[in-house]
Write a protein that binds this ligand. Structure first.
Ligand SMILES: [Ca+2]
Ligand SMILES: [Ca+2]
Ligand SMILES: [Ca+2]
Length: 274
Protein backbone atom coordinates (compact mmCIF):
# COMPACT_ATOMS: atom_id res chain seq x y z
CA UNK A 1 0.00 0.00 0.00
CA UNK A 2 1.33 3.43 -0.92
CA UNK A 3 0.87 6.17 1.62
CA UNK A 4 1.76 9.73 0.76
CA UNK A 5 1.27 11.93 3.78
CA UNK A 6 1.71 15.40 2.39
CA UNK A 7 -1.10 17.17 0.59
CA UNK A 8 1.56 18.60 -1.62
CA UNK A 9 1.95 16.09 -4.38
CA UNK A 10 3.93 17.25 -7.35
CA UNK A 11 3.48 15.36 -10.54
CA UNK A 12 6.59 15.53 -12.60
CA UNK A 13 5.07 15.23 -15.99
CA UNK A 14 8.21 14.03 -17.72
CA UNK A 15 7.60 13.03 -21.28
CA UNK A 16 3.99 14.14 -21.09
CA UNK A 17 5.10 17.72 -20.87
CA UNK A 18 6.68 18.06 -24.23
CA UNK A 19 8.62 21.29 -24.11
CA UNK A 20 11.01 21.55 -26.93
CA UNK A 21 12.10 23.86 -29.63
CA UNK A 22 14.03 21.55 -31.82
CA UNK A 23 14.50 22.31 -35.47
CA UNK A 24 11.18 22.59 -37.23
CA UNK A 25 9.14 22.00 -34.13
CA UNK A 26 7.82 24.13 -31.31
CA UNK A 27 5.89 23.06 -28.24
CA UNK A 28 5.01 24.86 -25.02
CA UNK A 29 2.59 23.74 -22.34
CA UNK A 30 3.92 26.26 -19.76
CA UNK A 31 4.49 23.48 -17.26
CA UNK A 32 7.76 25.21 -16.29
CA UNK A 33 5.72 28.18 -15.07
CA UNK A 34 7.26 30.87 -17.23
CA UNK A 35 7.14 32.35 -20.70
CA UNK A 36 10.63 33.79 -20.87
CA UNK A 37 12.54 30.56 -21.51
CA UNK A 38 12.00 27.20 -23.21
CA UNK A 39 10.81 28.75 -25.48
CA UNK A 40 11.41 32.51 -25.25
CA UNK A 41 8.25 34.57 -25.82
CA UNK A 42 8.77 38.24 -26.62
CA UNK A 43 6.49 41.26 -26.78
CA UNK A 44 4.13 42.32 -24.02
CA UNK A 45 5.33 39.66 -21.59
CA UNK A 46 4.45 41.95 -18.65
CA UNK A 47 0.77 41.70 -19.64
CA UNK A 48 0.65 37.90 -19.32
CA UNK A 49 1.19 35.37 -16.58
CA UNK A 50 1.50 31.61 -16.37
CA UNK A 51 -1.31 30.94 -13.94
CA UNK A 52 -1.65 28.25 -11.26
CA UNK A 53 -3.24 25.92 -13.85
CA UNK A 54 -0.06 26.31 -15.91
CA UNK A 55 -1.88 28.15 -18.66
CA UNK A 56 -0.82 31.36 -20.34
CA UNK A 57 -3.29 34.03 -19.19
CA UNK A 58 -3.74 37.66 -20.10
CA UNK A 59 -3.25 39.74 -16.95
CA UNK A 60 -3.43 43.36 -18.00
CA UNK A 61 -4.07 46.29 -15.66
CA UNK A 62 -6.63 47.94 -17.88
CA UNK A 63 -8.15 47.89 -21.37
CA UNK A 64 -5.76 47.65 -24.28
CA UNK A 65 -3.99 45.30 -26.68
CA UNK A 66 -1.24 42.78 -26.05
CA UNK A 67 0.85 40.51 -28.19
CA UNK A 68 3.41 37.75 -27.82
CA UNK A 69 5.65 36.03 -30.34
CA UNK A 70 8.14 33.21 -30.35
CA UNK A 71 10.54 31.88 -32.97
CA UNK A 72 9.34 29.00 -35.10
CA UNK A 73 10.55 27.35 -38.27
CA UNK A 74 8.32 25.94 -40.96
CA UNK A 75 10.51 23.60 -42.91
CA UNK A 76 8.20 20.70 -43.55
CA UNK A 77 5.83 20.45 -46.47
CA UNK A 78 3.09 19.23 -44.12
CA UNK A 79 2.72 21.37 -41.02
CA UNK A 80 0.42 20.98 -38.07
CA UNK A 81 -0.43 23.52 -35.40
CA UNK A 82 -2.23 22.79 -32.17
CA UNK A 83 -3.15 24.87 -29.17
CA UNK A 84 -5.80 25.34 -26.56
CA UNK A 85 -7.68 28.62 -26.40
CA UNK A 86 -10.16 29.70 -23.76
CA UNK A 87 -12.01 33.02 -23.83
CA UNK A 88 -14.44 33.31 -20.94
CA UNK A 89 -16.66 35.98 -22.48
CA UNK A 90 -18.62 36.54 -25.69
CA UNK A 91 -16.09 37.88 -28.22
CA UNK A 92 -16.77 41.09 -30.12
CA UNK A 93 -15.09 43.61 -32.39
CA UNK A 94 -13.44 45.13 -29.30
CA UNK A 95 -12.68 41.86 -27.52
CA UNK A 96 -11.02 39.23 -29.69
CA UNK A 97 -7.88 37.17 -30.11
CA UNK A 98 -5.69 36.33 -33.05
CA UNK A 99 -3.43 33.34 -33.19
CA UNK A 100 -0.57 33.94 -35.59
CA UNK A 101 0.32 30.51 -36.98
CA UNK A 102 3.15 31.88 -39.10
CA UNK A 103 4.42 35.42 -39.38
CA UNK A 104 7.31 37.21 -41.09
CA UNK A 105 7.82 39.65 -38.20
CA UNK A 106 7.19 39.85 -34.46
CA UNK A 107 5.42 43.18 -34.95
CA UNK A 108 1.87 42.33 -35.98
CA UNK A 109 1.29 46.01 -36.80
CA UNK A 110 4.07 46.16 -39.38
CA UNK A 111 2.83 47.48 -42.72
CA UNK A 112 4.92 44.80 -44.43
CA UNK A 113 3.74 41.91 -42.31
CA UNK A 114 3.08 38.61 -44.02
CA UNK A 115 1.13 36.27 -41.79
CA UNK A 116 -1.37 33.47 -41.46
CA UNK A 117 -3.61 34.04 -38.46
CA UNK A 118 -6.77 32.66 -36.91
CA UNK A 119 -9.33 35.22 -35.77
CA UNK A 120 -11.37 34.47 -32.66
CA UNK A 121 -14.15 37.01 -32.32
CA UNK A 122 -16.10 39.51 -34.34
CA UNK A 123 -19.06 41.84 -33.97
CA UNK A 124 -22.62 40.51 -33.62
CA UNK A 125 -23.25 36.81 -32.94
CA UNK A 126 -22.05 34.89 -35.99
CA UNK A 127 -18.56 34.57 -34.51
CA UNK A 128 -16.68 31.83 -36.34
CA UNK A 129 -13.04 30.78 -36.28
CA UNK A 130 -11.57 32.19 -39.47
CA UNK A 131 -8.13 31.76 -41.04
CA UNK A 132 -6.70 34.76 -42.85
CA UNK A 133 -3.65 35.39 -44.96
CA UNK A 134 -2.26 38.87 -44.59
CA UNK A 135 0.20 40.36 -47.06
CA UNK A 136 0.90 43.92 -45.98
CA UNK A 137 -2.36 45.83 -46.16
CA UNK A 138 -4.19 43.03 -48.02
CA UNK A 139 -6.00 40.39 -45.99
CA UNK A 140 -7.69 37.35 -47.53
CA UNK A 141 -9.91 34.74 -45.88
CA UNK A 142 -8.66 31.19 -46.48
CA UNK A 143 -11.33 29.31 -44.55
CA UNK A 144 -14.13 29.99 -42.11
CA UNK A 145 -15.57 27.58 -39.54
CA UNK A 146 -19.15 27.26 -38.37
CA UNK A 147 -21.05 30.52 -37.86
CA UNK A 148 -21.80 31.19 -34.19
CA UNK A 149 -19.39 28.49 -32.98
CA UNK A 150 -17.52 30.93 -30.72
CA UNK A 151 -20.29 33.50 -30.21
CA UNK A 152 -20.21 32.92 -26.44
CA UNK A 153 -17.53 31.91 -23.94
CA UNK A 154 -15.55 28.86 -25.11
CA UNK A 155 -12.66 26.57 -24.23
CA UNK A 156 -11.35 24.26 -26.95
CA UNK A 157 -8.42 22.58 -28.61
CA UNK A 158 -7.57 23.76 -32.10
CA UNK A 159 -5.74 21.87 -34.80
CA UNK A 160 -4.75 23.32 -38.17
CA UNK A 161 -3.06 21.24 -40.85
CA UNK A 162 -1.44 22.59 -43.99
CA UNK A 163 -0.65 19.92 -46.55
CA UNK A 164 1.89 19.96 -49.36
CA UNK A 165 -0.87 20.72 -51.89
CA UNK A 166 -1.47 24.01 -49.97
CA UNK A 167 -4.74 22.72 -48.56
CA UNK A 168 -5.53 23.96 -45.05
CA UNK A 169 -7.87 22.22 -42.60
CA UNK A 170 -9.30 23.56 -39.35
CA UNK A 171 -10.28 21.12 -36.60
CA UNK A 172 -11.79 21.81 -33.18
CA UNK A 173 -12.24 19.71 -30.06
CA UNK A 174 -14.50 21.17 -27.39
CA UNK A 175 -14.75 18.05 -25.20
CA UNK A 176 -11.09 16.97 -25.12
CA UNK A 177 -12.24 13.85 -26.95
CA UNK A 178 -11.74 14.07 -30.69
CA UNK A 179 -11.14 16.67 -33.37
CA UNK A 180 -13.98 17.61 -35.72
CA UNK A 181 -13.21 19.04 -39.14
CA UNK A 182 -14.73 22.52 -39.45
CA UNK A 183 -13.49 23.92 -42.74
CA UNK A 184 -10.89 23.64 -45.47
CA UNK A 185 -9.26 26.16 -47.79
CA UNK A 186 -6.35 26.60 -50.13
CA UNK A 187 -3.37 28.96 -50.05
CA UNK A 188 0.38 28.45 -50.49
CA UNK A 189 2.60 29.12 -47.50
CA UNK A 190 5.29 30.93 -49.43
CA UNK A 191 7.48 33.52 -47.81
CA UNK A 192 9.93 34.02 -44.99
CA UNK A 193 7.99 32.95 -41.92
CA UNK A 194 9.96 32.73 -38.69
CA UNK A 195 7.50 33.38 -35.88
CA UNK A 196 4.21 32.42 -34.36
CA UNK A 197 2.31 34.21 -31.64
CA UNK A 198 -0.89 35.76 -30.46
CA UNK A 199 -2.70 39.04 -30.10
CA UNK A 200 -5.46 40.07 -27.70
CA UNK A 201 -7.67 43.16 -27.92
CA UNK A 202 -9.75 43.73 -24.79
CA UNK A 203 -11.87 46.10 -22.79
CA UNK A 204 -11.28 46.41 -19.05
CA UNK A 205 -13.82 43.74 -18.11
CA UNK A 206 -11.98 41.09 -20.16
CA UNK A 207 -8.41 42.03 -19.30
CA UNK A 208 -7.90 38.69 -17.48
CA UNK A 209 -10.22 36.46 -19.53
CA UNK A 210 -7.95 35.20 -22.33
CA UNK A 211 -6.19 31.85 -21.83
CA UNK A 212 -3.86 29.83 -24.07
CA UNK A 213 -2.02 26.55 -23.65
CA UNK A 214 -0.43 23.53 -25.34
CA UNK A 215 1.11 25.26 -28.33
CA UNK A 216 2.56 22.98 -30.96
CA UNK A 217 3.81 23.46 -34.50
CA UNK A 218 5.72 20.88 -36.47
CA UNK A 219 5.17 17.59 -38.23
CA UNK A 220 1.65 16.13 -37.85
CA UNK A 221 1.14 14.07 -34.71
CA UNK A 222 -1.29 11.22 -34.27
CA UNK A 223 -4.42 11.91 -32.27
CA UNK A 224 -4.96 9.90 -29.16
CA UNK A 225 -8.47 9.77 -27.81
CA UNK A 226 -8.08 9.90 -24.01
CA UNK A 227 -10.75 7.24 -23.70
CA UNK A 228 -8.75 4.90 -25.91
CA UNK A 229 -5.52 5.05 -23.96
CA UNK A 230 -4.82 1.48 -22.95
CA UNK A 231 -3.63 0.12 -19.65
CA UNK A 232 0.15 0.56 -19.34
CA UNK A 233 0.31 3.36 -21.97
CA UNK A 234 0.83 5.83 -19.11
CA UNK A 235 2.72 4.43 -16.14
CA UNK A 236 3.91 5.71 -12.78
CA UNK A 237 7.66 5.45 -13.14
CA UNK A 238 8.77 6.97 -9.85
CA UNK A 239 7.33 7.73 -6.43
CA UNK A 240 9.19 10.03 -4.06
CA UNK A 241 7.58 9.41 -0.68
CA UNK A 242 10.57 10.39 1.48
CA UNK A 243 12.18 13.56 0.11
CA UNK A 244 14.28 14.50 3.14
CA UNK A 245 17.16 14.77 3.40
CA UNK A 246 17.29 16.18 -0.13
CA UNK A 247 19.69 14.69 -2.63
CA UNK A 248 19.84 16.91 -5.75
CA UNK A 249 16.04 17.16 -5.81
CA UNK A 250 13.57 19.60 -4.30
CA UNK A 251 12.19 18.77 -0.88
CA UNK A 252 8.83 17.65 -2.19
CA UNK A 253 6.94 14.43 -2.56
CA UNK A 254 6.10 13.62 -6.15
CA UNK A 255 4.88 11.02 -8.56
CA UNK A 256 6.48 10.77 -11.96
CA UNK A 257 4.31 9.77 -14.89
CA UNK A 258 5.87 8.28 -18.01
CA UNK A 259 4.19 8.38 -21.42
CA UNK A 260 5.00 5.30 -23.48
CA UNK A 261 3.02 6.52 -26.49
CA UNK A 262 4.77 8.22 -29.43
CA UNK A 263 2.70 11.39 -28.92
CA UNK A 264 1.85 13.97 -26.32
CA UNK A 265 -1.10 13.19 -24.07
CA UNK A 266 -2.96 16.17 -22.64
CA UNK A 267 -3.61 15.66 -18.93
CA UNK A 268 -6.56 18.03 -18.73
CA UNK A 269 -9.44 16.27 -16.99
CA UNK A 270 -7.22 13.58 -15.46
CA UNK A 271 -7.52 12.96 -11.73
CA UNK A 272 -5.04 11.45 -9.34
CA UNK A 273 -6.54 9.12 -6.72
CA UNK A 274 -4.37 7.75 -3.95
CA1 LIG B 1 -0.33 24.02 -19.44
CA1 LIG C 1 8.72 28.30 -20.40
CA1 LIG D 1 -19.52 38.55 -31.32
Amino acid sequence: MIVINSLKVIILIGFLACISNTFGQLADDFSDGDLTQNPVWTGDTHLFIVNSDKMLQLSAPTAGAAQLATAATFTDSVIEWRFRIKMSFAPSANNYARLYLAASDTNWASSELQAFYLQFGESLSNDAIELFYQNGSTTTSILRGHDGFIASAFDMQIKVVKKSNHNWSLYTDTQNQAFDLQATGNCPLAGDFQFLGLYCLYTAGNRERFFFDDFYSGPPRPDYNPQKIARNDIIISEIMADPTPTVQLPSAEYIELYNRLPATVILRGWKLKI
